[in-house]
Ligand binder design. Sequence first.
Ligand code: NAD
Ligand code: TYD
Length: 350
Amino acid sequence: MMQNILVTGGCGFIGSNFIRYLLEETDFAGRIINLDKLTYAGNPENLAGIDEKFAQRYVFQKADICDRAELQRIFREFQIDTICHFAAESHVDRSIAGPDAFIQTNVIGTFNLLETAREHRDRLRLFHHVSTDEVFGSLGKEGAFTEATAYKPNSPYSASKAASDHLVRAYYKTYNIPVTISNCSNNYGPYQFPEKLIPLMILNALERKPLPVYGDGSNVRDWLYVRDHCAAIWLIMNRGRRGETYNIGGDTELPNLRVVQLICDRLDAILPESGAPPRRELITFVKDRPGHDWRYAIDFSKLRGELGWTPAESFETGIDKTIRWYLERREWVERVKSGEYQNWIKAHYG
Ligand code: NAD
Ligand code: TYD
């Protein structure tokens, strides 16, 4: 039985949704130890209320996965038996501007975590590694990534995630560490940092700021609602075969321009402003991202066939929930945009 689950990167977008999901929506009865460095992407406010509501079952530890001594302390102190590894530098544009942190955290940090897990293997039940479909590179008009697709990463971000996937797999093959790996498509939903396409466009459109679409907006992504992703990870952790990789997709392929237009149209419907032009007019085509992958599409028939998982949300329902969340959580938005959340972190953790 999984008893003490170490969640790395639990103050980030997906990690915080996963912790809420586990504590609030599943029958998991053990303890969660959330290990997070609190980079710009880590925001303890994403888990506001959780420490009071689950005082006996939730612990936060501010730590860096590159610090092996800290990892050893945490594994010992909290008797870690399961790991769900989200912690990463996650933004492609940042990896182009400065790849160092991506190599440190995504490659060296994952290696440290694997080594620490190996040292504590007597108690270890599972090391689950959360990865991305971007490791497979870019598709043309046809086809979709399967678990057998060859790795061909194009950005420093995806190359660093590819390296971490290979390490995790190697620890299974070489040391028989019980691992599972998931490669998912683009997530969206509550608590996503507004540097990523969907929250950036929602917040800019609300303020009637320009909506910067890279290139001609024809690049295609598959969109996965974050709660669906969390449910899939938990299913894989419980019932996935050890040593296996599972693709997770949202069955929602859309060109970027279409995504931005849909957000504009929904906002026009939810928040009509008399006399104001349609928000689509805010769309501005800007210089393309270097090495911009053209299309991602994911074949998740293995996950569906073996474990019976399918996404619950369509893009229409998921984007509606997401837009409403950002509209209702103005305080969270303001504190993230102004950087106020980082002052809070400094005051509490130095
Ligand atoms: P995020 O950037 O929102 O959060 C990352 C978290 O990791 C933050 O809380 C940050 O403080 C923490 N972190 C960073 N470096 C750390 C370090 N050295 N030690 C400890 N903690 C550290 O990322 P996200 O969008 O929630 O993504 C989570 C995982 O899912 C990542 O591994 C990412 O590669 C993967 N993924 C994300 C998406 C997506 O669409 N967001 C898609 C596929 C895969
Ligand atoms: P992003 O959310 O950064 O995720 P990823 O690069 O990991 O897929 O970007 C999603 C898509 O949206 C990608 O094709 C790049 C594009 N994009 C824009 O057109 N404008 C933007 O301002 C951003 C952030 C992304």
